[in-house]
Design a protein around this ligand. Sequence first.
Ligand SMILES: [Fe+2]
Length: 280
Amino acid sequence: MSKISRRNFLKSAVVASAMPLMASTQTSTQQTLKFIHVTDSHMDLSDSDSIDAMWLMAEFINTNYKDLDFVLFGGDNFNNLAPQDSDAVKFKEIADTLHCPYYTVRGNKEAFPHGDKQIDLEAFQKMFCSAKELDVRGKDWLLQTKGYNILGLDSCIENHNNGKYTQETIAFAEEILQQNKPTVLVDHHPYTNFWGATKETDIHNYVLNNTDEVQKRLFHYPNLILTLSGHKHVDSVKEVQGTKVIATRGFIRPLDLDMFPMRYVELNGNNINEKLIYTD
Ligand SMILES: [Fe+2]
């Protein structure tokens, strides 16, 4: 990150802390939280460039974002096509070199094994959700840190590319939102048709299938400050019922060969600074 943008973030954080607190949610106990959202990296063992890109991601973050609290991976992290768990193991080997903790939800790729004992939900959770600070509930997890709740929600349907929250997932999110802490949801499938698809099949394949119910039950909570999704590989920042609703451009879509996208996020109470960044 450049020094200028770093100063801008600090400046906005100072301004935010000096402003009267208007929101009804708790705002006094949170510290600044900094993380990066990387989604849809689609690492594939048959494509060495996709593996190099992941090493570049880790090196870039370790060099330029030394004070991150964690990295969030949004799913479709690897294509789950290689024999058994070999691509999951490679992804983990690379992610383990990050200087900070990382947490991940599944994408449809991780939920769609193709026949040679690729990892399933149980194997995924064993490999990627075993950190002691994660409260794993069914397919989902909660991270409580610095006064924030970070919810990793599994939007996948086994052996399908479309997504839907189960009733258990919605109920879990409701329970956590009722704690009234600033809360971030990370999942794979986006909540809105932000790219203006007109074909029903496109909408079905990409937008969370029960998004109306999910928005009705979750988005009215004023402490739901941010959602982070992926899947469509297209970047979008919108607001829905006062919640900042973001889909981060797929890491698989570089601007140039060595310029892979991800999103930097800084939270200060209910204040959100975020921007799309690229490896350089
Ligand atoms: Fe996906």
